[in-house]
Design a protein around this ligand. Structure first.
Ligand SMILES: Nc1nc2c(c(=O)[nH]1)N[C@H]1C(S)=C(S)[C@@H](COP(=O)(O)OP(=O)(O)OC[C@H]3O[C@@H](n4cnc5c(=O)[nH]c(N)nc54)[C@H](O)[C@@H]3O)O[C@H]1N2
Ligand SMILES: Nc1nc2c(c(=O)[nH]1)N[C@H]1C(S)=C(S)[C@@H](COP(=O)(O)OP(=O)(O)OC[C@H]3O[C@@H](n4cnc5c(=O)[nH]c(N)nc54)[C@H](O)[C@@H]3O)O[C@H]1N2
Ligand code: SF4
Ligand SMILES: [Mo]
Length: 674
């Protein structure tokens, strides 16, 4: 074979990660041989994570699904035979038509999330499913609770640009394992600390980020509102709030003040599970420092008190005036740098009547109890068997012969093994798209780096072709990817006018016109920060102490003594990359005193169980966690020796606002595995 020269092509990481890195792909003989960070990208600065460094091997690995296949074995066995795309489309058209005819469009459920964050490919299935009148999915699994909490008081203001943190004297990372899940924020922290800044981490366990902090407050999971309000009360008592900001840029502070005055310091300290001295210590730092930057993680919003916790923290931030655009001062939850009219991507107008909706967090219930029942499920951009809660319900539903499951995937995920029809999906390196970010203020448009491998199709190509086969001739089904994208861009706020006129150059990071450092978030005639929320009349108006969901459930408490949280793992992106750890069960952190009580030794296999299911993990004994709290990082795949995953333990209970998942709020018991 003639050797060709290595070519370098810019692209963008499509994974559901706040960093949305600029990448440079090295391409040789039609293969991607390396991926590196783009040095020209202002947030990436040439560095990327280990997961994406290894991505070229995933693209060209034996694990890739490269051809359409139909099931030959039992559901879940993962035995398939190759078929042609013509056969696959024929089966699909026949099934879709007969299912609609026999059971109605609502008996079809599309299930998709953010496996690919490209704005067109992510939502590519929506127009077709609207046209078919299917049941619709509320995409709540990740950030809706956090955003609802933010919006309740802050409205539409974006977060503070991460660059501002570099000028801070006190950085608080609250409910995020930044060094793992948002690693490009860390250099700003490191540079600020070089200049003398202090880093405080608020997290129930000593994760990698907390281990590098100046102060770690090992808070009770879900106790964040108690901590934020307790701090507020202390600062109020000594008059250390920004009354100028409170008086001119906010409203409703008096109601919050009443709640604070009606409770004691002890109540707040008890509510967050740290001693009052520690709380006073942090209050002291807040008093002394003007330049305070809060980096809030979505990770802390996976419990019943999700939104109220975010609400309490933004209330603390507002009372400190951190939204005033001052040097080194700010609050970042999600950047919200660009926002556009999503209907230009999803085309709800194609639906002839409003369809039935289900919350994706309650997939188990939906598949088991929907009436009329779900007869056909269409999965793309997601691995719900591993990532949705109450996994044993989902598994049982997937095994039911009455359900026809279509999965469009890159690799043989646990969900894919249950497919009746399995279709090959491209990776981001094989298609073009535009990517925004939820952790910084840049977007970028990139072309395919290599052509689709074998018979893989991108989400967009696949759904457009399927619509053609179904003889749908509405305008959205005639669009090219660029047409759909540019029609969306017309509505996108934050896009610089020059770019809007001249088109988006490939591979260049474009900064949003919103959220520039040092712009006050509540300024001029615009809306003020409101300490009162009016979006949900049934909920308390001000942030306040709230109950702890399953952790407080007396029945669960009696049977399942441990609390369990299940945060992200460094080597996985949710369940993506699970195929690389097929023989690895994952660890569970257990406090040394709990290990003694249960006579557990290091590396011993443990079975964790509760009323919903069980899974297996290897004990890691460490005081990084609290007594009574188990920490299981990572959604490792179900596998032969352990046909159940971490989400067999989590519940379908949803958050106080936004309908989010409560992945970090399960009660469990444990025993030694035999
Ligand atoms: N390597 C890697 N990176 C990822 C992901 C991954 O799976 N792996 N997932 C990606 C996705 S989808 C998302 S949404 C982002 C999320 O990223 P972030 O928004 O940065 O949040 P996380 O890092 O998930 O937050 C996890 C931390 O929250 C803590 N936590 C849990 N409950 C509470 C609580 O009640 N209070 C407080 N204070 N802390 C709590 C956990 O102990 C854990 O340390 O990360 C993305 N990046
Ligand atoms: N216990 C527990 N559960 C959790 C969480 C937790 O912290 N703890 N985190 C939750 C969060 S924050 C999230 S965001 C969800 C995510 O849950 P999921 O949306 O299920 O995300 P992934 O596990 O990353 O699976 C994405 C899948 O999409 C596939 N994919 C990638 N690109 C494409 C493409 O272009 N086309 C098609 N058709 N497929 C593609 C990938 O191969 C991968 O298998 O998980 C949630 N589940
Ligand atoms: S997963 Fe996150 S850190 Fe890694 S390359 Fe992608 S965007 Fe960057
Ligand atoms: Mo997420």
């Amino acid at each position: 074979m003639i050797e060709t020269k290595t070519e370098y092509r810019k692209t963008i990481c499509p994974l559901d990660c706040p960093d949305s890195c600029g990448l440079v792909a090295s391409v040789k003989n039609g293969k991607v041989v390396a991926l590196n960070g783009d040095r020209d990208h202002p947030f990436t600065r040439g560095v990327i994570c280990r997961k994406m460094k290894g991505y070229p091997a995933r693209v060209h690995s034996k694990d890739r699904i490269l051809f359409p296949m139909q099931r030959t074995g039992k559901k879940g066995e993962g035995r398939f035979q190759r078929i042609s795309w013509d056969q696959a489309f024929a089966t699909l058209c026949e099934r879709l038509s007969s299912t609609v005819e026999q059971f109605g469009g609502e008996s079809i459920l599309p299930f998709a999330y953010a496996g690919n964050m490209g704005v067109v490919n992510r939502f590519a299935g929506y127009p077709l499913f609207h046209k078919l009148g299917t049941t619709q999915l509320d995409e709540t699994i990740c950030s809706t609770a956090a955003k609802a909490g933010w919006r309740a008081h802050c409205g539409d203001v974006p977060g503070t640009a991460p660059e501002v943190a570099e000028e801070a004297e006190l950085i608080i990372i609250w409910g995020s394992n930044t060094r793992v899940t948002n690693m490009h924020f860390w250099p700003y922290v490191a540079r600020a600390r070089k200049k003398g800044a202090q880093l405080v981490v608020i997290d129930p366990y000593r994760n990698e980020t907390a281990a590098s902090a100046d102060l770690h407050l090992k808070i009770e999971p879900g106790g964040d509102a108690a901590l934020a309000l307790g701090l507020l009360r202390k600062l109020m008592a000594t008059g250390d709030l920004d009354y100028d900001f409170i008086n001119t840029r906010t409203e409703g502070f008096n109601s919050l003040r009443d709640h604070l005055e009606n409770n004691s310091d002890n109540v707040f300290a008890a509510g967050c599970g740290i001693d009052e001295g520690q709380m006073e210590g942090l209050a002291g730092r807040l008093r002394k420092t003007q330049r305070i930057y809060l980096r809030l993680g979505i990770g802390m919003t996976r419990n019943s008190r999700a939104a109220v916790n975010i609400r309490a923290i933004t209330s603390l931030a507002a009372a400190l005036g951190l939204f005033d655009g001052g040097r080194g001062r700010g609050v970042l939850l999600t950047s919200a740098a660009f926002s556009g009219d999503q209907s230009r991507l999803t085309w709800p107008s194609l639906a002839t009547k409003p369809g039935r909706r289900f919350n994706m967090v309650q997939l188990g219930n939906c598949l088991q109890t929907a009436d009329p029942p779900i007869r056909m499920m269409f999965v793309y951009n997601a691995n719900p068997l591993s990532t949705t809660p109450d996994g044993s319900l989902v598994r049982r539903a997937l095994a039911d012969d009455k359900l026809f499951t279509v999965v469009h995937e890159q690799v043989m995920t646990p969900t894919a093994r249950y497919a009746d029809l399995l279709l090959p999906a491209t990776t981001f390196l094989e298609n073009r798209d535009l990517y925004t970010s939820y952790g910084h203020f840049y977007l970028g448009f990139v072309d395919a780096v290599i052509p689709p491998l074998a018979e893989a199709k991108s989400n967009f190509t696949f759904f457009q072709e399927l619509a053609q086969k179904l003889k749908f001739d509405d305008q959205p089904f005639q669009q090219s990817l660029d047409e759909r994208l540019y029609s969306y861009l017309e509505t996108l706020s934050g896009l610089p006018p020059a770019v809007r006129q001249e088109g988006i150059p490939y591979g260049k990071a474009i900064r949003s016109t919103t959220g520039l450092p040092h712009t006050p978030q509540f300024a001029g005639d615009g809306p003020r920060y409101s300490f009162l929320q009016t979006t949900e009349p049934a909920l308390p108006q001000t942030a306040c102490l709230a109950a702890a969901g399953e952790f407080d459930d007396a029945d669960y408490l009696a049977r399942y003594p441990f609390k369990l949280i299940t945060p992200p793992h460094r080597y996985l992106l949710n369940s993506t990359f699970g195929e690389q750890y097929d023989d690895y069960v994952g660890e569970v952190l257990i406090h040394p005193l709990d290990a003694i009580s249960y006579d557990i030794e290091e590396s011993e296999f443990l079975t964790l169980f509760n009323g919903r299911g069980w899974t297996r993990r290897k004990a890691k004994i460490s005081d990084a966690t609290r007594r009574g709290l188990l920490v299981a990082e990572g959604i490792f795949w179900e596998q032969q020796q352990r046909p159940a995953g971490i989400n067999d333990l989590t519940s379908q209970k949803i958050t106080d606002m936004g309908g989010g998942g409560t992945f970090h709020e399960s009660r469990v018991a444990l025993m030694k595995s035999r």
